[in-house]
Design a protein around this ligand. Structure first.
Ligand SMILES: O=P(O)(O)OC[C@H]1O[C@H](O)[C@H](O)[C@@H](O)[C@@H]1O
Length: 552
Protein backbone atom coordinates (compact mmCIF):
# COMPACT_ATOMS: atom_id res chain seq x y z
CA UNK A 1 0.00 0.00 0.00
CA UNK A 2 2.94 2.34 0.51
CA UNK A 3 3.21 3.21 -3.16
CA UNK A 4 -0.49 3.98 -3.53
CA UNK A 5 -1.20 7.68 -4.11
CA UNK A 6 -1.96 9.77 -1.09
CA UNK A 7 -5.70 10.07 -0.62
CA UNK A 8 -5.97 13.78 -1.34
CA UNK A 9 -3.91 13.42 -4.50
CA UNK A 10 -6.28 10.96 -6.07
CA UNK A 11 -8.26 12.25 -9.04
CA UNK A 12 -11.42 10.92 -7.41
CA UNK A 13 -10.75 13.19 -4.44
CA UNK A 14 -10.27 16.20 -6.69
CA UNK A 15 -13.56 15.44 -8.40
CA UNK A 16 -15.34 15.36 -5.09
CA UNK A 17 -13.73 18.67 -4.15
CA UNK A 18 -15.03 20.21 -7.38
CA UNK A 19 -18.44 18.75 -6.80
CA UNK A 20 -18.47 20.18 -3.29
CA UNK A 21 -17.32 23.61 -4.50
CA UNK A 22 -20.31 23.73 -6.82
CA UNK A 23 -22.75 22.46 -4.24
CA UNK A 24 -25.48 24.87 -3.19
CA UNK A 25 -28.60 22.79 -3.28
CA UNK A 26 -30.91 22.86 -0.29
CA UNK A 27 -32.69 19.66 0.71
CA UNK A 28 -35.92 21.51 -0.07
CA UNK A 29 -34.82 21.92 -3.69
CA UNK A 30 -33.52 18.38 -3.95
CA UNK A 31 -36.89 16.94 -2.92
CA UNK A 32 -38.83 19.43 -5.09
CA UNK A 33 -36.83 18.45 -8.14
CA UNK A 34 -36.74 14.75 -7.38
CA UNK A 35 -39.46 13.52 -5.00
CA UNK A 36 -38.57 9.96 -6.02
CA UNK A 37 -35.40 10.14 -3.93
CA UNK A 38 -37.57 9.43 -0.86
CA UNK A 39 -37.97 5.86 -2.11
CA UNK A 40 -34.83 5.57 -4.20
CA UNK A 41 -32.37 6.46 -1.44
CA UNK A 42 -33.43 3.62 0.79
CA UNK A 43 -31.45 0.44 1.40
CA UNK A 44 -32.86 -2.59 3.13
CA UNK A 45 -30.77 -5.11 4.98
CA UNK A 46 -32.29 -7.79 7.18
CA UNK A 47 -34.93 -6.05 9.27
CA UNK A 48 -33.42 -2.61 8.81
CA UNK A 49 -34.82 0.02 6.49
CA UNK A 50 -32.15 2.66 6.05
CA UNK A 51 -33.35 5.91 4.53
CA UNK A 52 -30.57 8.20 3.35
CA UNK A 53 -32.73 10.47 1.23
CA UNK A 54 -32.28 13.45 3.56
CA UNK A 55 -28.62 13.83 2.70
CA UNK A 56 -26.80 16.50 0.77
CA UNK A 57 -26.32 14.20 -2.17
CA UNK A 58 -27.47 13.55 -5.70
CA UNK A 59 -26.89 10.55 -7.93
CA UNK A 60 -23.72 12.27 -9.06
CA UNK A 61 -22.44 12.65 -5.49
CA UNK A 62 -23.06 8.99 -4.86
CA UNK A 63 -21.29 8.00 -8.06
CA UNK A 64 -18.25 10.11 -7.16
CA UNK A 65 -18.13 8.68 -3.65
CA UNK A 66 -18.37 5.16 -5.07
CA UNK A 67 -15.43 5.94 -7.32
CA UNK A 68 -13.42 6.95 -4.29
CA UNK A 69 -14.35 3.66 -2.62
CA UNK A 70 -13.23 1.76 -5.72
CA UNK A 71 -9.98 3.72 -6.00
CA UNK A 72 -9.13 3.09 -2.35
CA UNK A 73 -10.05 -0.59 -2.73
CA UNK A 74 -12.42 -0.73 0.21
CA UNK A 75 -13.81 -4.06 -0.94
CA UNK A 76 -10.30 -5.48 -1.37
CA UNK A 77 -9.53 -4.71 2.26
CA UNK A 78 -12.95 -6.04 3.26
CA UNK A 79 -12.19 -9.36 1.59
CA UNK A 80 -8.77 -9.48 3.24
CA UNK A 81 -10.45 -8.94 6.62
CA UNK A 82 -13.00 -11.72 6.07
CA UNK A 83 -10.19 -14.03 4.88
CA UNK A 84 -8.33 -13.56 8.14
CA UNK A 85 -5.38 -11.60 6.77
CA UNK A 86 -3.43 -9.54 9.29
CA UNK A 87 -4.90 -6.20 8.32
CA UNK A 88 -4.25 -4.79 11.80
CA UNK A 89 -0.71 -4.10 10.70
CA UNK A 90 0.65 -2.22 13.69
CA UNK A 91 -0.30 -5.09 16.00
CA UNK A 92 0.28 -7.73 13.30
CA UNK A 93 -3.10 -9.27 13.93
CA UNK A 94 -6.00 -10.60 11.93
CA UNK A 95 -9.32 -8.82 12.39
CA UNK A 96 -11.93 -11.51 12.65
CA UNK A 97 -14.86 -10.42 14.76
CA UNK A 98 -16.90 -11.73 11.84
CA UNK A 99 -15.69 -15.25 12.71
CA UNK A 100 -17.47 -14.91 16.07
CA UNK A 101 -20.78 -15.22 14.25
CA UNK A 102 -19.75 -17.58 11.48
CA UNK A 103 -21.81 -20.76 11.13
CA UNK A 104 -20.39 -23.96 12.61
CA UNK A 105 -19.36 -25.34 9.23
CA UNK A 106 -17.52 -22.24 8.02
CA UNK A 107 -13.77 -22.37 7.53
CA UNK A 108 -11.81 -19.24 8.43
CA UNK A 109 -8.09 -19.64 8.84
CA UNK A 110 -5.58 -17.67 10.83
CA UNK A 111 -1.98 -18.85 10.39
CA UNK A 112 -3.28 -22.01 8.73
CA UNK A 113 -5.67 -22.90 11.58
CA UNK A 114 -9.44 -22.93 11.16
CA UNK A 115 -10.71 -20.78 14.04
CA UNK A 116 -14.43 -21.57 13.66
CA UNK A 117 -14.37 -24.78 15.76
CA UNK A 118 -12.75 -22.82 18.63
CA UNK A 119 -15.42 -20.14 18.38
CA UNK A 120 -18.19 -22.72 18.63
CA UNK A 121 -16.47 -24.65 21.42
CA UNK A 122 -16.48 -21.47 23.54
CA UNK A 123 -20.05 -20.67 22.57
CA UNK A 124 -21.05 -24.18 23.67
CA UNK A 125 -19.18 -23.79 26.95
CA UNK A 126 -20.88 -20.43 27.53
CA UNK A 127 -24.25 -22.00 26.71
CA UNK A 128 -23.73 -24.77 29.21
CA UNK A 129 -22.63 -22.34 31.93
CA UNK A 130 -25.41 -19.84 31.24
CA UNK A 131 -28.01 -22.61 31.36
CA UNK A 132 -26.64 -23.87 34.68
CA UNK A 133 -26.70 -20.41 36.25
CA UNK A 134 -30.16 -19.62 34.88
CA UNK A 135 -31.63 -22.93 36.04
CA UNK A 136 -30.10 -22.68 39.51
CA UNK A 137 -27.96 -25.77 38.99
CA UNK A 138 -24.80 -23.66 39.43
CA UNK A 139 -24.88 -22.49 43.00
CA UNK A 140 -22.72 -20.29 45.18
CA UNK A 141 -20.35 -21.43 47.92
CA UNK A 142 -23.13 -22.05 50.42
CA UNK A 143 -25.39 -23.78 47.91
CA UNK A 144 -27.58 -20.76 47.30
CA UNK A 145 -28.82 -20.03 43.84
CA UNK A 146 -27.05 -17.22 41.91
CA UNK A 147 -29.39 -14.25 41.68
CA UNK A 148 -26.94 -11.47 40.88
CA UNK A 149 -24.39 -11.18 38.13
CA UNK A 150 -21.78 -8.41 38.28
CA UNK A 151 -19.65 -7.89 35.18
CA UNK A 152 -16.35 -6.21 35.98
CA UNK A 153 -14.63 -4.83 32.90
CA UNK A 154 -13.93 -1.56 31.12
CA UNK A 155 -13.95 -0.26 27.53
CA UNK A 156 -14.81 -3.09 25.18
CA UNK A 157 -15.17 -5.46 28.12
CA UNK A 158 -17.96 -3.33 29.58
CA UNK A 159 -19.66 -1.11 27.02
CA UNK A 160 -20.87 -3.92 24.76
CA UNK A 161 -22.47 -6.17 27.38
CA UNK A 162 -23.82 -3.16 29.31
CA UNK A 163 -25.31 -1.63 26.15
CA UNK A 164 -26.79 -4.92 24.93
CA UNK A 165 -28.19 -5.76 28.36
CA UNK A 166 -30.10 -2.46 28.30
CA UNK A 167 -31.13 -2.90 24.69
CA UNK A 168 -32.52 -6.37 25.31
CA UNK A 169 -33.86 -5.77 28.77
CA UNK A 170 -37.30 -6.99 27.75
CA UNK A 171 -35.74 -10.38 27.02
CA UNK A 172 -33.75 -10.68 30.24
CA UNK A 173 -34.29 -12.93 33.23
CA UNK A 174 -36.27 -10.46 35.29
CA UNK A 175 -35.80 -12.39 38.51
CA UNK A 176 -32.06 -11.82 38.35
CA UNK A 177 -30.02 -8.64 38.89
CA UNK A 178 -27.30 -7.62 36.45
CA UNK A 179 -24.79 -4.89 37.12
CA UNK A 180 -21.80 -3.58 35.23
CA UNK A 181 -18.82 -2.17 37.08
CA UNK A 182 -16.14 -0.37 35.10
CA UNK A 183 -14.87 2.73 36.89
CA UNK A 184 -11.82 2.43 39.14
CA UNK A 185 -13.63 4.92 41.37
CA UNK A 186 -14.43 2.64 44.31
CA UNK A 187 -17.92 4.12 44.37
CA UNK A 188 -18.81 2.10 41.28
CA UNK A 189 -18.23 -1.27 42.90
CA UNK A 190 -19.61 -0.04 46.22
CA UNK A 191 -22.92 1.00 44.69
CA UNK A 192 -23.09 -2.16 42.57
CA UNK A 193 -22.78 -4.60 45.46
CA UNK A 194 -24.01 -2.75 48.54
CA UNK A 195 -27.47 -4.36 48.44
CA UNK A 196 -26.35 -7.78 47.18
CA UNK A 197 -25.90 -10.99 49.13
CA UNK A 198 -22.39 -12.34 48.37
CA UNK A 199 -23.70 -15.90 48.63
CA UNK A 200 -25.97 -15.20 45.63
CA UNK A 201 -23.54 -13.15 43.56
CA UNK A 202 -21.43 -14.17 40.59
CA UNK A 203 -18.61 -11.91 39.42
CA UNK A 204 -17.62 -12.05 35.79
CA UNK A 205 -14.19 -10.53 35.33
CA UNK A 206 -14.00 -9.46 31.70
CA UNK A 207 -10.67 -8.36 30.30
CA UNK A 208 -9.09 -9.27 27.01
CA UNK A 209 -5.58 -8.67 28.34
CA UNK A 210 -6.30 -9.30 32.03
CA UNK A 211 -3.79 -6.56 32.79
CA UNK A 212 -6.13 -3.55 32.72
CA UNK A 213 -5.52 -1.83 36.02
CA UNK A 214 -9.09 -0.65 36.59
CA UNK A 215 -10.51 -4.11 36.09
CA UNK A 216 -7.88 -5.97 38.09
CA UNK A 217 -8.21 -3.45 40.95
CA UNK A 218 -12.00 -3.77 41.01
CA UNK A 219 -11.83 -7.56 40.71
CA UNK A 220 -9.39 -7.71 43.63
CA UNK A 221 -11.73 -5.58 45.74
CA UNK A 222 -14.71 -7.70 44.72
CA UNK A 223 -12.78 -10.77 45.80
CA UNK A 224 -12.12 -9.22 49.22
CA UNK A 225 -15.81 -8.29 49.54
CA UNK A 226 -16.75 -11.87 48.77
CA UNK A 227 -14.16 -13.49 51.01
CA UNK A 228 -15.11 -11.22 53.92
CA UNK A 229 -18.52 -12.90 53.84
CA UNK A 230 -17.01 -16.39 53.92
CA UNK A 231 -14.34 -16.04 56.59
CA UNK A 232 -11.66 -15.82 53.94
CA UNK A 233 -12.39 -19.29 52.66
CA UNK A 234 -10.57 -19.18 49.30
CA UNK A 235 -12.63 -22.10 48.01
CA UNK A 236 -15.53 -19.66 47.58
CA UNK A 237 -13.73 -17.96 44.71
CA UNK A 238 -14.26 -20.88 42.33
CA UNK A 239 -18.04 -20.67 42.72
CA UNK A 240 -18.31 -16.89 42.51
CA UNK A 241 -15.71 -15.80 39.97
CA UNK A 242 -15.35 -16.55 36.29
CA UNK A 243 -13.09 -14.84 33.77
CA UNK A 244 -13.43 -13.82 30.15
CA UNK A 245 -10.06 -13.29 28.59
CA UNK A 246 -7.42 -14.13 26.00
CA UNK A 247 -4.77 -14.42 28.72
CA UNK A 248 -5.01 -17.76 30.57
CA UNK A 249 -1.74 -17.14 32.43
CA UNK A 250 -2.91 -13.92 34.05
CA UNK A 251 -6.32 -15.41 34.86
CA UNK A 252 -4.67 -18.26 36.76
CA UNK A 253 -2.31 -15.83 38.48
CA UNK A 254 -5.34 -13.89 39.70
CA UNK A 255 -6.66 -17.08 41.30
CA UNK A 256 -9.48 -17.96 38.91
CA UNK A 257 -9.67 -21.61 37.95
CA UNK A 258 -8.86 -21.97 34.20
CA UNK A 259 -11.97 -24.19 33.98
CA UNK A 260 -13.93 -21.06 34.83
CA UNK A 261 -12.33 -19.11 32.04
CA UNK A 262 -14.09 -18.40 28.76
CA UNK A 263 -11.62 -17.72 26.06
CA UNK A 264 -11.34 -15.45 23.07
CA UNK A 265 -8.44 -14.54 20.86
CA UNK A 266 -6.14 -11.71 19.83
CA UNK A 267 -7.91 -11.39 16.49
CA UNK A 268 -10.97 -10.02 18.29
CA UNK A 269 -10.52 -6.32 19.07
CA UNK A 270 -11.85 -5.23 22.48
CA UNK A 271 -14.42 -2.90 20.92
CA UNK A 272 -15.53 -5.68 18.58
CA UNK A 273 -15.82 -8.31 21.29
CA UNK A 274 -19.22 -8.37 22.91
CA UNK A 275 -20.38 -11.20 20.65
CA UNK A 276 -17.40 -13.26 21.94
CA UNK A 277 -17.01 -14.68 25.46
CA UNK A 278 -17.22 -11.05 26.60
CA UNK A 279 -20.99 -11.44 26.12
CA UNK A 280 -21.32 -14.05 28.88
CA UNK A 281 -23.24 -11.75 31.24
CA UNK A 282 -25.58 -10.93 28.38
CA UNK A 283 -26.02 -14.61 27.56
CA UNK A 284 -26.94 -15.35 31.17
CA UNK A 285 -29.39 -12.44 31.05
CA UNK A 286 -31.17 -13.28 27.78
CA UNK A 287 -30.43 -17.00 27.50
CA UNK A 288 -28.29 -18.82 24.96
CA UNK A 289 -31.02 -19.06 22.34
CA UNK A 290 -31.56 -15.32 22.19
CA UNK A 291 -27.81 -14.78 22.18
CA UNK A 292 -27.54 -16.97 19.09
CA UNK A 293 -30.38 -15.03 17.46
CA UNK A 294 -28.29 -11.94 18.04
CA UNK A 295 -25.31 -13.60 16.36
CA UNK A 296 -27.58 -14.47 13.41
CA UNK A 297 -28.43 -10.78 13.18
CA UNK A 298 -24.76 -9.84 13.02
CA UNK A 299 -24.28 -12.47 10.31
CA UNK A 300 -27.08 -11.07 8.14
CA UNK A 301 -25.21 -7.78 7.89
CA UNK A 302 -21.82 -9.46 7.50
CA UNK A 303 -23.17 -11.33 4.49
CA UNK A 304 -24.75 -8.18 3.12
CA UNK A 305 -21.50 -6.21 3.51
CA UNK A 306 -19.64 -9.00 1.80
CA UNK A 307 -22.01 -9.56 -1.10
CA UNK A 308 -24.24 -6.58 -1.79
CA UNK A 309 -23.23 -4.46 -4.77
CA UNK A 310 -21.61 -1.16 -3.94
CA UNK A 311 -24.66 0.96 -4.77
CA UNK A 312 -26.87 -1.04 -2.39
CA UNK A 313 -24.29 -1.81 0.27
CA UNK A 314 -25.50 -0.19 3.49
CA UNK A 315 -22.23 0.00 5.47
CA UNK A 316 -20.46 1.30 2.38
CA UNK A 317 -23.09 3.99 1.82
CA UNK A 318 -23.10 5.12 5.43
CA UNK A 319 -19.32 5.17 5.51
CA UNK A 320 -19.16 7.24 2.33
CA UNK A 321 -21.71 9.73 3.62
CA UNK A 322 -19.53 10.27 6.68
CA UNK A 323 -16.53 10.87 4.43
CA UNK A 324 -18.54 13.35 2.36
CA UNK A 325 -19.38 15.47 5.41
CA UNK A 326 -16.14 15.04 7.36
CA UNK A 327 -13.78 15.62 4.48
CA UNK A 328 -15.70 17.95 2.19
CA UNK A 329 -18.02 19.90 4.52
CA UNK A 330 -15.69 20.03 7.55
CA UNK A 331 -18.28 18.38 9.78
CA UNK A 332 -16.51 17.57 13.02
CA UNK A 333 -19.07 15.40 14.70
CA UNK A 334 -21.75 12.83 14.10
CA UNK A 335 -24.81 12.44 16.31
CA UNK A 336 -26.49 9.09 16.91
CA UNK A 337 -29.97 9.66 18.29
CA UNK A 338 -32.01 6.55 19.07
CA UNK A 339 -35.72 6.98 19.66
CA UNK A 340 -35.76 4.08 22.06
CA UNK A 341 -35.25 3.94 25.78
CA UNK A 342 -33.71 0.51 25.33
CA UNK A 343 -30.92 2.01 23.23
CA UNK A 344 -29.91 4.42 25.97
CA UNK A 345 -26.32 3.14 25.97
CA UNK A 346 -26.09 2.60 22.23
CA UNK A 347 -24.26 5.83 21.43
CA UNK A 348 -21.82 5.40 24.31
CA UNK A 349 -20.98 2.01 22.85
CA UNK A 350 -20.54 3.50 19.37
CA UNK A 351 -18.20 6.13 20.76
CA UNK A 352 -15.61 3.49 21.51
CA UNK A 353 -16.32 1.56 18.34
CA UNK A 354 -15.91 4.59 16.11
CA UNK A 355 -13.58 6.94 17.97
CA UNK A 356 -11.10 4.33 19.18
CA UNK A 357 -11.05 2.82 15.70
CA UNK A 358 -10.77 5.90 13.55
CA UNK A 359 -9.35 8.56 15.85
CA UNK A 360 -5.96 8.35 14.14
CA UNK A 361 -3.65 10.91 12.58
CA UNK A 362 -1.09 8.77 10.81
CA UNK A 363 -1.83 6.44 7.94
CA UNK A 364 -0.99 2.75 7.75
CA UNK A 365 2.56 3.59 6.76
CA UNK A 366 3.05 6.01 9.62
CA UNK A 367 2.78 9.18 7.54
CA UNK A 368 0.76 12.05 8.99
CA UNK A 369 -2.64 12.17 7.30
CA UNK A 370 -3.50 15.34 5.40
CA UNK A 371 -7.21 14.76 5.77
CA UNK A 372 -9.76 14.56 8.54
CA UNK A 373 -10.35 11.12 10.05
CA UNK A 374 -13.01 9.91 12.50
CA UNK A 375 -15.70 12.27 13.79
CA UNK A 376 -16.65 12.99 17.38
CA UNK A 377 -19.58 10.64 17.93
CA UNK A 378 -22.14 11.72 20.45
CA UNK A 379 -25.82 11.60 21.34
CA UNK A 380 -28.42 10.24 23.72
CA UNK A 381 -31.97 9.02 23.19
CA UNK A 382 -33.58 11.52 20.85
CA UNK A 383 -36.60 12.71 22.75
CA UNK A 384 -34.45 13.66 25.72
CA UNK A 385 -31.96 15.40 23.44
CA UNK A 386 -34.77 17.42 21.85
CA UNK A 387 -35.26 19.21 25.15
CA UNK A 388 -31.57 19.80 25.66
CA UNK A 389 -29.09 20.10 22.80
CA UNK A 390 -31.18 19.88 19.62
CA UNK A 391 -31.33 23.69 19.71
CA UNK A 392 -27.71 23.70 18.59
CA UNK A 393 -28.31 21.17 15.84
CA UNK A 394 -31.26 23.16 14.50
CA UNK A 395 -30.00 26.71 14.84
CA UNK A 396 -26.33 26.59 15.77
CA UNK A 397 -23.45 27.24 13.40
CA UNK A 398 -22.24 23.68 13.04
CA UNK A 399 -23.08 20.99 10.55
CA UNK A 400 -23.95 17.86 12.50
CA UNK A 401 -25.07 14.88 10.45
CA UNK A 402 -27.26 12.62 12.56
CA UNK A 403 -28.66 9.11 12.61
CA UNK A 404 -32.23 8.80 13.84
CA UNK A 405 -33.04 5.25 14.89
CA UNK A 406 -36.52 4.01 15.70
CA UNK A 407 -38.75 0.97 15.84
CA UNK A 408 -42.19 0.32 14.42
CA UNK A 409 -43.36 -1.51 17.52
CA UNK A 410 -42.86 -1.17 21.25
CA UNK A 411 -41.79 -4.30 23.07
CA UNK A 412 -44.57 -6.75 23.77
CA UNK A 413 -44.56 -6.57 27.55
CA UNK A 414 -45.65 -2.92 27.80
CA UNK A 415 -49.20 -2.27 28.96
CA UNK A 416 -51.66 -1.12 26.29
CA UNK A 417 -51.53 2.41 27.62
CA UNK A 418 -47.73 2.51 27.43
CA UNK A 419 -47.78 0.91 24.00
CA UNK A 420 -50.03 3.72 22.84
CA UNK A 421 -47.24 6.18 23.65
CA UNK A 422 -45.15 4.65 20.90
CA UNK A 423 -46.77 6.63 18.09
CA UNK A 424 -45.98 9.85 19.94
CA UNK A 425 -42.37 8.75 20.34
CA UNK A 426 -42.07 7.99 16.64
CA UNK A 427 -43.92 11.16 15.63
CA UNK A 428 -41.06 12.99 17.32
CA UNK A 429 -38.47 11.09 15.31
CA UNK A 430 -40.18 11.85 12.01
CA UNK A 431 -40.81 15.47 12.97
CA UNK A 432 -37.18 16.04 13.84
CA UNK A 433 -35.94 14.55 10.58
CA UNK A 434 -38.41 16.79 8.77
CA UNK A 435 -37.53 19.95 10.71
CA UNK A 436 -33.81 19.35 10.36
CA UNK A 437 -34.05 18.81 6.61
CA UNK A 438 -36.62 21.38 5.57
CA UNK A 439 -36.54 23.95 8.35
CA UNK A 440 -38.89 26.91 8.32
CA UNK A 441 -38.30 29.85 6.03
CA UNK A 442 -38.60 33.52 6.96
CA UNK A 443 -41.69 33.73 4.78
CA UNK A 444 -43.31 30.87 6.62
CA UNK A 445 -42.50 32.48 9.95
CA UNK A 446 -43.86 35.86 8.83
CA UNK A 447 -47.02 34.24 7.50
CA UNK A 448 -47.72 33.11 11.04
CA UNK A 449 -47.84 36.75 12.13
CA UNK A 450 -44.60 36.63 14.09
CA UNK A 451 -43.34 40.15 14.96
CA UNK A 452 -40.61 41.18 12.54
CA UNK A 453 -37.86 41.44 15.17
CA UNK A 454 -38.43 37.82 16.13
CA UNK A 455 -38.39 36.45 12.60
CA UNK A 456 -34.63 35.70 12.45
CA UNK A 457 -34.80 33.95 15.79
CA UNK A 458 -37.69 31.78 14.79
CA UNK A 459 -36.41 30.81 11.37
CA UNK A 460 -34.94 27.37 10.81
CA UNK A 461 -32.56 27.19 7.91
CA UNK A 462 -32.88 23.41 7.66
CA UNK A 463 -30.61 21.47 5.30
CA UNK A 464 -29.28 19.35 8.18
CA UNK A 465 -28.65 15.83 6.94
CA UNK A 466 -30.02 12.75 8.68
CA UNK A 467 -30.19 9.03 8.10
CA UNK A 468 -33.35 7.37 9.40
CA UNK A 469 -32.97 3.74 10.41
CA UNK A 470 -36.24 1.95 11.02
CA UNK A 471 -36.75 -1.60 12.23
CA UNK A 472 -39.65 -3.61 13.49
CA UNK A 473 -38.64 -4.08 17.13
CA UNK A 474 -35.48 -4.04 19.22
CA UNK A 475 -35.05 -7.83 19.10
CA UNK A 476 -31.73 -9.64 19.66
CA UNK A 477 -31.35 -10.13 15.91
CA UNK A 478 -32.07 -6.48 15.14
CA UNK A 479 -29.51 -5.40 17.72
CA UNK A 480 -26.91 -7.66 16.08
CA UNK A 481 -27.80 -6.18 12.69
CA UNK A 482 -27.43 -2.62 13.96
CA UNK A 483 -24.07 -3.24 15.60
CA UNK A 484 -22.65 -5.02 12.55
CA UNK A 485 -23.89 -2.15 10.38
CA UNK A 486 -21.88 0.35 12.41
CA UNK A 487 -18.86 -1.96 12.71
CA UNK A 488 -18.61 -2.18 8.95
CA UNK A 489 -19.35 1.50 8.43
CA UNK A 490 -16.37 2.30 10.65
CA UNK A 491 -14.33 -0.20 8.65
CA UNK A 492 -15.23 1.49 5.36
CA UNK A 493 -14.12 4.88 6.62
CA UNK A 494 -10.85 3.56 8.00
CA UNK A 495 -10.18 1.86 4.65
CA UNK A 496 -10.74 5.10 2.75
CA UNK A 497 -8.62 7.15 5.16
CA UNK A 498 -5.91 4.47 4.96
CA UNK A 499 -5.57 4.22 8.73
CA UNK A 500 -5.33 1.17 10.97
CA UNK A 501 -8.82 1.07 12.50
CA UNK A 502 -7.90 -1.84 14.75
CA UNK A 503 -5.10 -0.57 16.97
CA UNK A 504 -5.46 1.91 19.85
CA UNK A 505 -2.01 3.22 20.73
CA UNK A 506 -3.58 6.52 21.74
CA UNK A 507 -4.79 5.08 25.03
CA UNK A 508 -1.36 3.98 26.21
CA UNK A 509 0.34 7.22 27.27
CA UNK A 510 -2.26 8.14 29.89
CA UNK A 511 -2.04 4.65 31.40
CA UNK A 512 1.74 4.87 31.76
CA UNK A 513 1.60 8.36 33.26
CA UNK A 514 -1.12 7.37 35.75
CA UNK A 515 1.13 4.59 37.01
CA UNK A 516 3.98 7.07 37.46
CA UNK A 517 1.88 9.68 39.22
CA UNK A 518 0.03 7.36 41.59
CA UNK A 519 2.87 6.95 44.14
CA UNK A 520 3.02 10.75 44.43
CA UNK A 521 -0.63 10.79 45.43
CA UNK A 522 -0.61 7.85 47.79
CA UNK A 523 2.68 8.43 49.59
CA UNK A 524 4.08 11.73 48.43
CA UNK A 525 6.81 10.03 46.41
CA UNK A 526 8.91 12.17 44.11
CA UNK A 527 8.02 11.80 40.44
CA UNK A 528 11.17 12.72 38.53
CA UNK A 529 10.65 14.93 35.52
CA UNK A 530 7.04 15.85 36.31
CA UNK A 531 5.97 18.97 34.42
CA UNK A 532 5.28 22.07 36.55
CA UNK A 533 1.52 22.13 35.94
CA UNK A 534 0.95 18.51 36.92
CA UNK A 535 3.35 18.88 39.86
CA UNK A 536 1.27 21.82 41.13
CA UNK A 537 -1.94 19.82 40.77
CA UNK A 538 -0.44 16.88 42.63
CA UNK A 539 0.72 19.18 45.43
CA UNK A 540 -2.72 20.81 45.66
CA UNK A 541 -4.38 17.40 45.77
CA UNK A 542 -2.11 16.26 48.57
CA UNK A 543 -2.71 19.42 50.59
CA UNK A 544 -6.48 19.02 50.28
CA UNK A 545 -6.31 15.32 51.03
CA UNK A 546 -4.09 15.81 54.10
CA UNK A 547 -6.31 18.61 55.41
CA UNK A 548 -9.29 16.32 55.13
CA UNK A 549 -7.41 13.49 56.85
CA UNK A 550 -6.59 15.83 59.77
CA UNK A 551 -10.27 16.77 60.12
CA UNK A 552 -11.18 13.09 60.21
O1 LIG B 1 -10.44 -5.96 27.87
P1 LIG B 1 -9.26 -5.25 28.40
O2 LIG B 1 -7.96 -5.89 27.98
O3 LIG B 1 -9.33 -5.12 29.91
O4 LIG B 1 -9.25 -3.81 27.81
C1 LIG B 1 -10.24 -2.88 28.07
C2 LIG B 1 -10.09 -1.66 27.21
O5 LIG B 1 -8.93 -0.96 27.60
C3 LIG B 1 -7.97 -0.51 26.71
O6 LIG B 1 -7.33 0.60 27.23
C4 LIG B 1 -8.39 -0.27 25.29
O7 LIG B 1 -8.30 1.06 24.92
C5 LIG B 1 -9.75 -0.76 24.95
O8 LIG B 1 -9.79 -1.05 23.58
C6 LIG B 1 -10.14 -1.97 25.74
O9 LIG B 1 -11.43 -2.38 25.36
Amino acid sequence: MSDSPRLTRRPEWAELEDHRAQWHAHLRDLFDQDPGRAERYVVRVGDLRIDYSKHLITDETLALLQELATATDVFGLRDAMFRGEKINTTERRAVLHTALRAPRDAVIEVDGENVVPKVHAVLDKMTDFADRVRSGEWTGHTGKRIKNVVNIGIGGSDLGPAMAYEALRAYTAREMTFRFVSNVDGADLHEAVRDLDPAETLFIVASKTFTTIETITNATSARSWLLAAFEDDEKAVAKHFVALSTNAGKVTEFGIDPDNMFEFWDWVGGRYSYDSAIGLSLMIAIGPERFREMLDGFRIVDEHFRNAPAEANAPLLLGLLGVWYGNFFDAQSHAVLPYSHYLSKFTAYLQQLDMESNGKSVDRDGHPVQWQTGPVVWGTPGTNGQHAYYQLIHQGTKLIPADLIGFANPVAELSDELKAQHDLLMANLFAQGQALAFGKTEEEVRAEGVPEEQVPHRTFKGNHPTTTILATEPTPSVLGQLIALYEHKVFVQGAIWNIDSFDQWGVELGKVLAKRVEPALTRGADVPGLDPSTAALVAAYRTLKNAQEEVN
